[in-house]
Write a protein of this length. Sequence first.
Length: 201
Amino acid sequence: MKLLMHEVLQKVSNAKTKAQKVKLLEEYNTPSLRAILIANFDESVISMLPEDVFYINAGDGNHAHPTQAMLDIYTMKEKFDDLSTMKLTILGDVNHSRVIPSQIELLKKYSCANINFVGPESLISKKFSPSISEISKDSLADRDILFILRVQKERFKDDDGLDEADFIKNFQVNDEFLKNSGFNGFLMHPCLLYTSDAADE
């Protein structure tokens, strides 16, 4: 069976309810279809799929993004053959990242445990530890990879807040940040890039 994926995606995108989306996905789950690749803003759609639906999760809401995490780990493996000794620092909006939980789960399989987090407390909950809310002189000098996350304001809830000027001043990765933190390893960024007049200064 020749499946036009753009047609499938259009139908699923236009579905008004979660139940309608799931029904459409079930209809396309035929023996001739090996897998369904799903990227959806609503993470609950994944949990509603029947067990016999084989799917590849390409990002669901604020929950997980295993396909992106696989690419990240692949990139890390290109630089570090033994990930168990790699020192990783994740900077930015950890709370609203769906990539980071998936990334951490994958890194566990490689016995990579030396992971810390950098950013304002409002963007890093206590479940992500150890965390650093202030950059001191040479505090990142021994780190191998600095994984930079953008601020995902589209995922903010009503009680989420951020002082953007303070964030740019203290956590924007620029020459001054690198010099002060002592970081001299590899930079990684999953895109999209955060840009604003203030960020460009």
